[in-house]
Design a protein around this ligand. Structure first.
Ligand code: HEC
Ligand code: HEC
Ligand code: HEC
Ligand code: HEC
Length: 181
């Protein structure tokens, strides 16, 4: 076998030079952009933990609302929505109260927005959820069953804070049995 030896190998040096330069630039850029606390505890920015701790808390529990809204409190606690968070429907307490003082009003949904809000949890279309966890309805079938116009809104029959309150009261007044559907 004849041996081939080329003298034209300068391209190897050029490639090596480019790779070394790229490596050096890489190391330099890394040193420049790497956050100071990287690696303090592991393969992440150590001060991220502090950032998260210092993030202002925006949400509270229902008890953070109930002290100032005794009328709603009474309905809410007795009604079937007692496990539902006030903030789901009204937004975070931080937009409303700070240091015990009311700084702004929380929004309350009106008109068709109420329907949208209720159906976020009660829409039959949500199929992933087991039926027995939250009772579902489909629209406009629910209103057709009740023989009302389909532009009726949920809160005309359901108290939003205690959805079965008025239904039960109405039944008691007319002495009606539960619907057996
Ligand atoms: C420090 C007492 C206080 C706390 C705590 C508080 N509220 Fe209020 N809230 C008020 C007062 C007072 C008003 C009336 C403000 C006004 O009329 O300008 C009000 C108004 C509202 C309104 C608007 C009512 C309307 O008719 O427009 C909503 C909705 C509301 N609060 C919900 C909540 C929810 C939900 C929470 C808990 C996340 C909460 N509030 C916690 C005192 C409080
Ligand atoms: C399922 C959604 C939902 C939940 C949960 C909910 N609300 Fe409401 N809330 C509404 C809607 C919708 C309105 C406005 C329409 C109405 O009052 O019928 C309203 C009205 C209000 C009002 C104005 C009072 C009034 O009679 O107009 C206050 C205050 C309030 N809510 C506070 C609360 C508090 C406090 C909680 C938790 C204990 C809570 N809400 C839980 C949907 C909800
Ligand atoms: C965050 C989710 C959520 C929202 C939003 C919500 N609900 Fe509910 N609702 C529940 C849960 C949880 C229950 C209690 C479980 C059950 O019995 O279905 C319930 C129960 C009910 C019931 C009683 C069902 C029964 O016969 O036991 C009615 C009626 C009802 N809600 C109506 C409404 C109306 C009207 C609205 C809009 C104002 C609304 N819900 C918004 C979660 C929600
Ligand atoms: C015309 C009055 C009326 C209106 C409007 C109305 N409902 Fe009802 N709803 C009722 C009555 C009455 C019942 C309970 C009786 C029953 O068992 O059928 C009921 C029952 C329910 C139930 C429990 C269903 C079950 O399987 O037991 C849910 C959830 C519900 N409504 C949600 C809503 C939502 C969400 C809206 C608005 C999109 C709404 N309703 C509008 C009268 C109404």
């Amino acid at each position: 076998m004849p041996e081939y030896k080329s003298k034209a190998y300068s391209h190897i040096f050029r490639i090596a030079l480019v790779l070394i330069a790229a490596g050096l630039i890489g190391v330099a850029v890394r040193a420049m952009v790497l956050p100071e606390s990287f690696g303090d505890y592991g393969h992440y920015r150590g001060s991220a933990i502090e950032d998260e701790i210092n993030r202002p808390i925006r949400n509270g529990t229902n008890s953070s609302c109930l002290v100032c809204h005794p009328y709603i409190r009474e309905m809410h606690l007795q009604g079937v929505h007692n496990t539902v968070s006030c903030e789901f429907c009204h937004g975070p307490v931080a937009d409303h109260v700070q240091d015990g003082k009311v700084i702004a009003r929380l929004p309350k949904k009106e008109g068709n927005d109420i329907k949208t809000l209720c159906l976020r949890c009660h829409n039959q279309i949500i199929r992933a959820r087991p039926k027995e966890s939250i009772k579902m309805i489909s629209m406009p079938q629910h209103l057709e069953e009740k023989h009302v116009r389909i532009d009726h809104n949920c809160n005309q029959c359901h108290n939003v804070h205690a959805p079965l309150m008025w239904v039960k009261e109405a039944r008691a007044i007319v002495g009606a049995e539960e619907d057996n559907k």
